[in-house]
Design a protein around this ligand. Structure first.
Ligand code: SF4
Length: 507
């Protein structure tokens, strides 16, 4: 199969950089129907621009290129060992070209393999079928949304909804709860793949498989079809909105399957995927490995832009310019809802860096600075590091550390997505700092706001995504969602959407 590696590489690159048409259609609908003057509307405008930029420049749509998961069907007689080997080589090549972020980390040592290969990564599921060609489907699902997957064991009590029983009403409560609990942390608007039944492990597998259905298809089972439609309608009334900012677009898809279960178990399993819903597929000639057909997309049809020339995210002139190092006075004057434009240096830090900083001095002076929760895609070109993709990561993972980090290092802002909890909120208030919300997944949009790399710390020890990168920001927009006076947009949206859930539960 002389063309196999090339075909797999093309599949990976297209999946990472070019959203499939059904997801584009869903996002275009969200853009059309959300009020452009709201925070959700602004977030969607940035997301739309980002999707267009990624396609135009063949860049990663989101810096978190996820766990590559291949679902492969082969005719009898195809050598699956050889197929796997060529695919692994294609994954390593795509990583080298900056189309995938090095995402495979040794769970014991924390060492990043650097090429997306390692025990358990990528994931392969092989099946035999009786057709003559090979079918390969690929999904790239990032950590932010993966962390919002959830499994319910019915009957169970649910926040705001009361008891979920072992019936379809109970299942529906679980699904609305799943959307609610994700808030913006999984980069809403998202889609859910669902399995009713099976065992714990099987439930997660089947739920993720539902994400291979197109968003606009119809469930062949009329009972499940009705449930899908009801969940779509009710979830979009909750008011979670894009990035959890509050708004009318919270869910772009709900795809449900059912599997038999043990009499004693009743699991409802939800695989949550973000708006950066990257999945594609191909049919391959079983002799040569050449692509004979694309699934989900027609490569001969031009890709429609989501944002018309000259529109998209608009500056109003009311933005607050932030030029680190920031004074306490400047930061205390900020309030929830302010849009800021950052110009100047900022440093990245995520899970490993936070853990390190708890026990060590910082290699970079962060006083008055902005700590950006971001694991970028970086490439060295002509001896210089360049930012290839650099959206925010989910901040709540740093909640156990952040208050101490703010105090110890004199930060004036932390920036990420999805908001943080009450411990960080109290530290912001006490120390005169704010939480800035960048738009999750907008990796190409933000890469263009980071024209220069000043330096990098702990690259060898932590790997590319976890190292501390010092970037120069130019007109980098973000929204204040937690201020130095104890206000939090995230707490407000969680409360209002919780009240909406209660109405559903009371019916
Ligand atoms: S869009 Fe958000 S949730 Fe999705 S992969 Fe990117 S950062 Fe993760």
């Amino acid at each position: 199969m002389q063309f196999l590696k090339e075909s797999m590489l093309e599949l990976i690159i297209q999946t990472s950089t070019n959203l499939p048409p059904d997801v584009r259609t869903a996002m275009a609908w969200a853009l059309r129907t959300e009020n452009p003057h709201t925070q959700s509307g602004q977030a969607l405008a940035i997301i739309g621009q980002n999707i267009d930029m990624a396609h135009q420049d063949e860049g990663a749509i989101c810096q978190d290129t996820g766990m590559p998961t291949f679902e492969i069907k082969t005719p009898i007689g195809v050598n699956q060992i050889a197929l796997r080997k060529e695919t692994l080589e294609a994954v390593a090549e795509a990583t080298k070209r900056g189309k995938l972020r090095p995402n495979s980390v040794d769970s014991i040592t924390g060492k990043n393999s650097g090429n997306n290969l390692g025990p358990g990564t990528p994931i392969f599921h092989f099946e035999q079928w009786e057709k003559p060609e090979i079918e390969v489907r690929l999904i790239l699902k990032g950590g932010g949304c993966e962390n919002k997957n959830i499994q319910y064991s019915l009957p169970c009590p649910l926040d705001h909804l009361g008891r979920a029983d072992r019936d379809l009403e109970g299942v529906k409560k679980c699904l609305l709860h799943a959307v609610w609990q994700a808030q913006g942390q999984g980069c809403a608007p998202g889609a859910i793949g669902v399995c009713i039944g099976s065992d714990r492990a099987g439930g997660y597998h089947l739920a993720k498989q539902q994400l291979f259905r197109t968003l606009d298809d119809t469930n062949p089972d009329p009972v499940l079809d009705k449930l899908e439609q009801e969940v779509m309608e009710q979830a979009n009334k909750l008011g979670v909105g894009a990035m959890g900012f509050g708004g009318s677009n919270s869910l772009i898809g709900c795809k449900i399957t059912a599997a038999n279960r043990l009499p004693a178990s009743y699991f409802v399993t939800v695989a949550y995927d973000c708006w950066a819903f990257r999945r594609l597929g191909v049919l391959l000639d079983a002799q040569t490995g050449a692509i004979t057909q694309w699934l989900y997309r027609d490569p001969n049809r031009p890709v429609d832009h989501l944002i018309a020339e000259g529109t998209g995210f608009q500056l109003t002139g009311r933005e607050v310019r932030l030029e680190p190092p920031l004074s306490e006075e400047k930061v205390r004057a900020l309030k929830v809802g302010d849009v800021v434009l950052i110009n100047g240096p900022m440093v990245t830090g995520r899970d490993a860096a936070h853990h390190y900083l708890l026990h060590h001095e910082s290699p970079y002076d962060m006083r008055g600075g902005i700590l950006y929760h971001c694991g970028p895609v970086m490439l060295k070109e002509d001896g210089q590091w360049r930012v290839k993709a650099a959206g925010p990561t989910t901040s709540i993972r740093e909640e156990p550390y952040e208050a101490d980090i703010i105090r110890r290092f004199g930060l004036r802002a932390v920036m990420g997505k999805g908001g943080m909890g009450s411990k960080t909120g109290a530290a912001l208030k006490e120390n005169g700092a704010v939480y800035l919300h960048a738009i999750g997944g907008a990796a190409q949009f933000y890469a263009r706001c980071l024209p220069q790399v000043h330096g990098v710390y702990m690259l060898e020890e932590l790997g590319v995504p976890e190292a501390m990168w010092v970037f120069e920001a130019r007109n980098f927009p973000a929204i204040v969602t937690m201020d130095a006076h104890g206000n939090s947009l995230h707490a407000d949206v969680a409360a209002t959407t919780g009240a909406e859930l209660e109405k559903v539960g009371a019916k």
